[in-house]
Design a binder for this molecule. Structure first.
Ligand SMILES: Cc1cc2nc3c(=O)[nH]c(=O)nc-3n(C[C@H](O)[C@H](O)[C@H](O)COP(=O)(O)OP(=O)(O)OC[C@H]3O[C@@H](n4cnc5c(N)ncnc54)[C@H](O)[C@@H]3O)c2cc1C
Length: 387
């Protein structure tokens, strides 16, 4: 495997690699065919404690920093596995940890850390608002007993495989607030109670195996203590978790890139055409070399973003650049890998086409490339807001 500068957290990386050996390409291929959830893989990660990496020790977690979580996710992807089935817990949990009440944290975090409860679903996106989050239409209205929710979410991944959902809803109408970012609130929804009682979950079949869904909420009742933090401050809470999310996803992209390069380099050395290995041709070699250089550069920014995050900063520019550069680098590696494999790149048994489909997502989600560029243009370069 080409060296990618992944020297931090060597014991964690080694342990994750060993766990992933139990889940080879054949495992993921079969799930992909059936669009089935990797239950055994998620169970193994949970039992090994990796999904509780960021939960403080006081609540039964490992109390590790973001760079350790990055190492876990990067290695999962470098091994050809896919953490998209379970990565959300690592960043959604942060909202509860930072903004939840003492009672909420005591009630949920030890259960999540022990793997008895899953907090894997995150309901922000809606069909009509798209990237324009503050235009979302889901409402939560106060009642004598708590809250009642009406609205619709889309792309709520893993909702069928999660016990809890972190939901963003409008609690004050947009016309009644001074700034559009105000009046939104975050709720912790117990899906086990909500489903069939005002909440309907419908799976969406996508080009890769992602367990994503649509949520329909019609009179969904939530208890008073479902509210996380203060009413009306939800957008800020969600934003504060997004930098962690971007850095963690960027680490997954690095892992994907390593997997693609590893696979492509091995194939380019062994495939003989015109009496010589195809890797001897610059047309094959150079795209791989370029993708490698892109990955190395992206890795530096990802590690810098994680370092700043661990130092207590909220590194918006670095988190966004990490996501942008790592997603671009992994996509360059994906393209080069598929091209290197020629026709075999399209055959399921090589796993390249599956990983290629999976890697494409990160140009769009959790934030699209354009919106990252718009962020950098406005907030870093000081250019006029473009939207
Ligand atoms: C498989 C999958 C899983 C997902 N999981 C979740 C999840 O668990 N929870 C959740 O809340 N969301 C989830 N999402 C949603 C994801 O975050 C959004 O799809 C993403 O943020 C883009 O929003 P959109 O699809 O509404 O695109 P739109 O906002 O409709 O944008 C469409 C295109 O237009 C571009 N665009 C829009 N506005 C501008 C502008 N001002 N300037 C330049 N370009 C612009 C965008 O970059 C994009 O390319 C998931 C999405 C997918 C596909």
């Amino acid at each position: 495997m080409p060296e990618m500068g992944e020297r931090d957290h060597p014991e964690i990386r080694e342990a994750v690699r060993r766990l992933c050996e139990r889940f080879p390409g054949s495992y993921w291929r079969e799930l992909d065919r059936q669009r089935a959830y990797p239950t055994e893989f998620v169970r193994a990660l949970t039992e090994a404690g990796w999904l509780a990496a960021l939960i403080p020790e006081d609540y039964g977690g490992a109390g590790l920093g973001l760079s350790a979580a990055c190492a876990i996710l990067e290695e999962i992807h470098a091994a050809g596995c896919n953490a998209a089935a379970c990565h959300a817990q690592m960043y959604t949990m942060g909202t509860l940890l930072r903004h939840g009440s003492a009672a909420q944290k005591r009630r949920w975090l030890p259960e999540i850390a022990a793997g008895r409860i899953r907090l894997q679903a995150f309901g922000v996106s809606e069909p009509t608002s798209g990237t324009d989050t503050t235009a979302l239409r889901t409402t939560a209205r106060r009642t004598a007993r708590g809250w009642v929710v009406h609205g619709q979410k889309i792309w709520t991944s893993r909702a069928e495989h999660s016990d809890l959902l972190l939901l963003l809803a409008r609690t004050t109408p947009r016309e009644a607030v001074q700034k559009r970012t105000e009046g939104l609130s975050v709720f912790l929804v117990d899906l086990r109670e909500a489903r069939g009682r005002g909440l309907e979950i419908r799976p969406i079949r996508t080009m890769m195996n992602h367990a994503t869904t649509e949520l329909f909420m019609d009179g969904l009742e939530l208890p008073e203590d479902a509210l996380v933090g203060e009413e009306g401050k939800g957008f800020r809470y969600i934003l504060s978790g997004m930098n962690a999310e971007r850095i963690l996803i960027a680490a997954e992209c690095l892992g994907d890139g390593r997997w693609f390069l590893d696979k492509a380099v091995a194939y380019a050395k062994e495939r003989i055409v015109f009496g010589r290995p195809i890797g001897q041709n610059q047309g094959i070699q150079f795209p791989l070399a370029r993708a490698y250089a892109q990955l190395r550069a992206a890795a530096l920014v990802v590690r810098e973003a994680a370092r700043l995050f661990e130092a207590g900063q909220d590194p918006g520019p670095e988190a966004n650049m990490a996501k942008l550069l790592a997603a671009d680098a992994s996509w360059a590696a994906a393209e080069a890998c598929l091209q290197t494999h020629g026709g075999f790149g399209f055959a399921e048994e090589y796993d390249v086409e599956r990983k290629w489909r999976e890697a494409r997502l990160y140009q769009v989600a959790p934030i699209s490339t354009n919106l990252i560029l718009a962020y950098l243009g406005e907030h870093v370069l000081g250019l006029p807001r473009s939207y």
